[in-house]
Design a protein around this ligand. Structure first.
Ligand code: GAR
Length: 269
């Protein structure tokens, strides 16, 4: 029998994915247990769902940290191990033409909030951290303090589009407005970019002429609730391996990327 993995979760909103994962843990579809749910939104319905299942919850006030920094930047409390140059060299969120001060403010405010988040997570030993509709980008400050073993990625996210198409905050809206004929969702590991990490799984649905943004969201969420538990179960069974691949393109350039390989299940004897 597989050992149960310990899962931490971060949510910002309704938490229907969280609910699907809690239910899958309880029914045995996932060999795992959710041990905490954190949020940047004290009113997130996901926190209520967690409490109903006896799961510990916490809240980190990102909004006040960001607003206070705008008013009194000198008063921000940064973690002792904060290293701006290291974080600037790693982040992939912003292109080079973005004003430097804007990138720096982002890194400072996120690291301040993430230090609090890490503080709240500290009492819990977890194997996997899942983002289930957590609407804050995680900076390299946070990612490096969770992914402490090189090559061992352990932050997962679900995104409402078929990545690498439509990263960002409105995956289904972008899919709809573009006139796509299929939509989908993607589960991936987090890296230093925006929705750019190694892809673990994807599911699709057809978009018909009479579909609206609302019906697309409904179709999408339905397959999210299947895909996320499936991907977490692959992690629980140690079937996800990240490998670095490189391809030589026609123009001679070398493309390098970290991808996920899914191992065959161990046969039961
Ligand atoms: C889901 O559609 C999820 O894919 C999306 O937020 C929704 C959360 O719903 N996540 C993102 O857009 C992350 N960038 P839920 O709170 O009901 O699970």
């Amino acid at each position: 029998m597989n050992k149960k993995i310990r899962i931490g979760a971060l949510v910002s909103g309704g938490g229907t994915n969280l609910q699907a994962i809690i239910d899958s843990c309880e029914s045995g579809k996932i060999d795992g247990k959710i041990i905490f749910v954190g949020s940047d939104n004290p009113g997130a319905f996901g926190l209520k769902r967690a409490k109903k299942h006896g799961i510990s919850t916490f809240f980190v006030n990102y909004t006040s940290i960001i607003q206070n920094f705008k008013k009194e930047p000198e008063k921000i409390i940064l973690p002792e191990d904060f290293d701006m140059n290291d974080l600037l060299s790693k982040q992939h969120f912003f292109s080079a033409d973005m004003p430097h001060e804007k990138i720096k403010s982002f890194i400072i405010t996120r690291a301040a909030a993430e230090a609090r988040l890490l503080g709240k997570m500290k009492p819990y030993q977890f194997d996997l951290l899942i983002l289930a509709g957590f609407m804050r980008n995680l900076s390299p400050y946070f990612i490096d303090r969770v992914n402490t073993v090189p090559g061992d990625l352990r932050i997962m996210n679900i995104h409402p589009a078929l990545l690498p198409a439509f990263p960002g905050t409105d995956g289904y809206g972008d899919t709809f407005r573009y006139g796509c004929k299929v939509g989908g969702c993607t589960v991936h590991f987090i890296d230093y970019g925006e929705d750019s990490g190694p892809i673990i799984g994807q599911k699709t649905f057809r978009i018909q002429e009479n579909d609206t943004l609302d019906t697309i969201k409904k179709k999408g969420l339905k397959i999210e609730w299947e895909l996320y538990p499936e991907c977490i179960q692959l992690f629980a069974h140690s079937r996800l391996e990240t490998v670095k691949i490189s391809h030589t393109l026609k123009n001679g350039k070398i493309l390098q990327r970290t991808v996920v390989k899914i191992a065959q299940p161990q046969s039961a004897h």
